[in-house]
Design a protein around this ligand. Structure first.
Ligand code: G4P
Length: 527
């Protein structure tokens, strides 16, 4: 029988965060190739393109060319068991993307070398920061003209507020890309373009002045490298593991995912420094991963993957102990034992039954409506955990059924999809009691509408609203409610103010000193 401690120590569970088009799919694919999980490039996209689409639900995915039902990709590499949490990226970014990060122990932040830090990078970085997980920065597309590395470093530091410690240094970019210099071991990986891919030739040097290196590079490239490294030496602090684990620093790597250059180095170093699965914080202390009982939490509930069967999958991250097929565990919110008889592992849309799983792993449980995001299972003691984080929506729409006869089904759909976390549901305090939906990405509204029509037979009237900020009010008084232009209540009855801009928020704060607006619901125990 596998040793629990050993299984924990060899696991790495992480997510790649990036702005659309930075190359996340391409990088994921290269990582999977190293892990032997796929055999040819293009497989991930082919899956996403719907080659395996079997249900109506997937029509929507296929049409949009995206992966709504993201899951975890598990593969082995050099003795490590890697769980790469698939965060749906693209324009259709949603609350699911954020939630997935709650299940990750580390993040790899991918940046396009020509574009630098982009809006979605900032949002995702912020979630990782709030979760306290360490972040590795990877600059991609070095085979294309990229911005100077010092510029990129500076931008990440300024915009994201984290100190960058370069791990590798690029030698040129685009046409002039000659490879990367590894600062730690003073090796140079030379880049050579071939018809299909890049090759890397390793040059072991004694430092940047080594004549062996000079021989390989043009005079100009070598001079630039010397200048850059001299600068790096004076202004960059050395890598420190504790600072990395505490998000004070982020090591930066350079690569070209498309031509598969630099990726394996990143993977190897990442596995060395990224933490193994950590404890589950509870209100009465941490549950350690090697605790003698199984526990885990649901971080995502996937929509009807199969309409005929009303098939729902709850994705559970194992937090402690050994999970075994068919075991029973207590569902803490429902306060009842459940048998976990059909655990699956998902690879894109394909599912495979699993027999056992360990901390850091993700298992998909066929969910007959019993699991919600944030639910915790334990085969040992009962404990309480903090509410699963929710994130401030930025897109709003008021909704109502088209026909009064659909009201009952509408109410049911609204309740169920709200619970599932497809959208956030807010209620106006006055006037027409039509709910307001809040979402982080457009896709969430589209999915909500699609599912109400297809699963509940309700045609919707959906009226987009111009608010773009939601803030939970921490100190509600009648006076506060007077000052704010629009206040609604969330599913838990907490007051939430909606605004059109940051300017409006600042204005409200200036009118009422001491007004406390939170960009997420205050963390509190479920009553
Ligand atoms: P995403 O998942 O982050 O949205 O990005 P994705 O991997 O789909 O990559 C976006 C585009 O960038 C793709 O081109 C991809 O081939 C390209 N790309 C990714 N990594 C690199 C790289 O290292 N170098 C260069 N030069 N390009 C890269 P596309 O034309 O939009 O799609 P496709 O037709 O190639 O599939």
């Amino acid at each position: 029988m596998a040793d629990l401690d050993h299984e924990i120590q060899r696991r790495r569970t992480f997510a790649i965060i990036s702005h659309p088009d930075a190359g996340k799919t391409t990088l994921t694919e290269k990582l999977l190739l190293y892990g032997g999980a796929i055999r040819e490039a293009g497989s991930v996209k082919a899956r996403r393109g719907g080659a395996h689409a079997t249900s109506d639900w997937m029509e929507l995915e296929k049409k949009r060319g995206i992966s709504i039902t993201s899951s975890a990709l598990q593969f082995e590499y050099q003795g490590h068991c890697i769980n790469l949490l698939d965060t749906p990226g693209h324009q259709d970014f949603s609350e699911d993307t954020f939630r997935t990060l709650v299940a990750a122990d580390a993040a790899l932040m991918l940046i396009d070398g020509a574009k630098g830090v982009e809006p979605q990078t900032i949002k995702l970085f912020k979630v990782c920061r709030d979760r306290g997980i360490p972040i590795v920065t990877v600059v991609n597309k070095m085979d294309r003209p990229a911005r100077p590395p010092l510029d990129l470093m500076d931008e990440v530091e300024k915009v994201l507020g984290i100190t960058i410690v370069p791990a590798t240094w690029p030698i040129g970019s685009g046409e002039n890309f000659r490879g990367v210099y590894s600062l730690r071991d003073q090796q140079v990986f030379l880049f050579e373009r071939t018809a299909h891919n890049a090759t890397k030739a390793l040059v072991q040097t004694t430092g940047p002045h080594d004549p062996a290196l000079r021989e390989q590079l043009s005079e100009r490239a070598h001079k630039q490298l010397l200048e850059d490294l001299a600068m790096v030496e004076t202004c960059v602090q050395p890598f420190d593991m504790q600072q990395f684990l505490h998000q004070k620093i982020s090591p930066m790597f350079f690569c070209s995912a498309l031509v598969n250059f630099g990726v394996e180095n990143i993977l190897q170093r990442f596995l060395e420094i990224a933490p193994a699965p950590g404890p589950l914080p509870t209100l009465t202390g941490d549950v350690q991963p090697n605790a003698p009982f199984f526990s885990g939490f649901v971080y995502k509930v996937a929509a009807n993957m199969d309409k005929m069967h009303r098939d729902r999958i709850a994705f559970l991250r194992v937090c402690s102990g050994r999970f075994e097929r068919g075991m029973s565990a207590k569902h803490l919110r429902l306060n009842r034992e459940v048998r976990l008889s059909h655990p699956h592992r998902f690879f894109g849309q394909e599912r495979v039954s699993i027999e056992e799983a360990f901390p850091g792993d993700v298992i998909g449980l066929i969910n007959p409506g019993m699991f919600r995001v944030g639910d915790v299972l334990s085969s040992g003691p009962t404990f309480e955990v903090r509410n699963f984080p929710r994130f401030a929506p930025e897109i709003f729409a008021q909704v109502a059924p088209r026909e009064p006869s659909m009201s009952k089904s509408f109410g049911k759909g609204l309740e169920q999809l709200g619970e599932e976390g497809v959208v956030q549901v807010f209620w106006p305090r006055f006037g027409a009691r039509e709910p307001i939906l809040g979402a982080i990405g457009e896709l969430q509204l589209e999915v909500f509408q699609w599912r109400l029509e297809n699963e509940y037979n309700v045609q919707l009237r959906l009226d987009r609203k111009a608010w773009s900020r939601a803030r939970w009010i921490d100190n509600v008084t009648d006076e506060v409610l007077e000052v704010l232009p629009m206040v609604v209540k969330d599913e838990a009855g907490r007051f939430v103010a909606l605004f059109h801009s940051d300017f409006e928020i600042d204005y409200a704060k200036s009118r009422y000193k001491g007004l406390q607006l939170l960009d997420a619901p205050p963390a509190e125990e479920e009553g």
